[in-house]
Ligand binder design. Structure first.
Ligand SMILES: NC(=O)C1=CN([C@@H]2O[C@H](COP(=O)(O)OP(=O)(O)OC[C@H]3O[C@@H](n4cnc5c(N)ncnc54)[C@H](O)[C@@H]3O)[C@@H](O)[C@H]2O)C=CC1
Ligand SMILES: O=C(O)/C=C\C(=O)CC(=O)O
Length: 357
């Protein structure tokens, strides 16, 4: 078999991985030539961020603890002003996708380098994708300025991530790899990373469920998140991400849970159009089929499998289908206004928690 044609861009990022890797933070800030780091976090992770600031001593300019999901523009402006006021010359984002996203909003405006220390499996640290929400409308963009320069993956820090969020966040990561396997701009290296990433997470999530602070399982999960995030940062996403952005952005449903519920149904919708990708996903999961394999992984590990269980009203299904077919992303099985009823049926099944069909 000969290799297919492809274009791949290798982006400049430094990744430091390992239990206890946080100890290298000061070294990594020095390597960037920075001196005063603004430490970013959510209110819930303030304690963790303060410990990081203490560790940095004079290298810490301060802690900004107002990161929230989907980066409201007002929060982004406050963080940018705080970075300027404190004379920060880099941002350290410790947390999940919300905190990394806040760092990106600062970098977009100022070019401030980001050191990301991910504590969930969302993968934002490996992408040049940013999101900003203004007047209830979330916009995403792609700009290499927001790509974190350095990423420190320390599995010790994810030991406190609640098991429920660990499972859904892990499936959020799997979604990036699954869609990467049928991306039109995919390539053989991304395919390898995607399959390996799915396999690592499929192995890790049940082990985390069994013992939340199992450091080997946490390492496997973070390794999988790195691989899946790299795929997200390199190739285009399709129907599944479009549906999740619609449901998260317009109906305010929780990010990782939406991914978990929708992925089996989006894969079923695409199965006939992307058989090789489905075979690789199933192989990585160790299950007969990809869509059912993902739903079984969620159900077996206590994650939600129905949109109705994560706050969606049945009355909203029609509006969600209408929004999803506007400005469709490329997908192996095209979807646009002509497929509106098929998407509505998909959403109905996802709402009810039916098997992917
Ligand atoms: N731009 C990109 O490439 C990507 C962006 N995102 C964005 O990221 C956001 C979602 O990020 P997530 O990581 O799912 O959630 P999150 O960052 O909102 O975190 C969820 C909650 O878990 C807490 N948490 C995180 N790590 C913890 C730990 N180790 N121990 C205890 N608590 C912890 C957080 O403080 C927060 O309260 C969304 O806005 C999404 O759109 C997600 C993936 C990729
Ligand atoms: O919405 C964003 O901030 C950008 C991308 C993602 O959230 C990727 C995802 O849906 O997990």
């Amino acid at each position: 078999m000969s290799a297919r044609d492809f274009i791949h861009i290798t982006r400049p990022q430094r990744v430091v991985f390992g239990a206890g890797a946080l100890q290298h933070l000061a070294r990594e800030i020095d390597a960037l030539g920075a001196r005063r780091a603004l430490v970013l976090c959510t209110p819930e992770q303030r304690g963790q961020a303060e410990r990081v600031a203490d560790m940095l001593g004079a290298r810490a300019a301060g802690v900004f603890d107002r990161a929230v999901m989907h980066v409201p523009i007002e929060t982004a402006r406050e963080a940018r002003a705080e970075a300027q006021r404190l004379g920060a010359d880099c941002a350290v984002a410790i947390g999940g996708g919300s905190t990394t996203g806040l760092g990106k909003a600062i970098a977009l405006d100022s070019g401030l380098p980001i050191v990301a220390i991910p504590t969930t499996y969302a993968g934002s640290e490996m992408t040049p994708i940013y999101g900003l929400t203004e007047q209830g409308l979330k916009k995403t963009g792609n700009d290499v300025r927001v790509l974190p320069r350095t990423v420190i993956y320390d599995p010790e820090l994810s030991r406190t991530l609640p098991v429920g969020l660990s499972v859904t966040s892990g499936i959020n990561a799997i979604a990036h790899a699954a869609e990467g396997l049928y991306a039109r701009d995919g390539n053989p290296v991304m395919d390898l990373m995607a399959e390996e990433g799915i396999a690592a997470l499929a192995r890790a999530l049940p082990a985390i469920r069994a013992q939340a602070d199992d450091i080997d399982a946490r390492s496997d999960a973070l390794y999988g998140a790195w691989l899946c995030g790299s795929v997200l940062g390199s190739v285009g996403m399709a129907l599944h991400h479009k549906l999740c952005h619609t449901l998260g952005g317009s109906f305010n449903l929780p990010h990782a849970e939406v991914h978990t519920v929708v992925l089996p149904h989006a894969l079923a919708f695409n199965a006939a159009a992307a058989p090789q990708a489905m075979a690789r996903i199933a192989r990585a999961l160790g299950t007969p089929t990809a869509p059912q394999g993902v739903q079984d992984l969620a159900r077996a590990n206590g994650a939600p499998i129905a949109l109705r269980d994560i706050g969606m009203k049945e009355d909203d299904i029609d509006r969600a289908a209408d929004i999803a077919v506007q400005n469709p992303y490329w997908n192996p099985r095209p979807f646009g206004p002509a497929e509106r009823d098929a998407l509505r049926a998909l959403l109905q099944r996802a709402w009810a928690g039916a098997p992917p069909g």
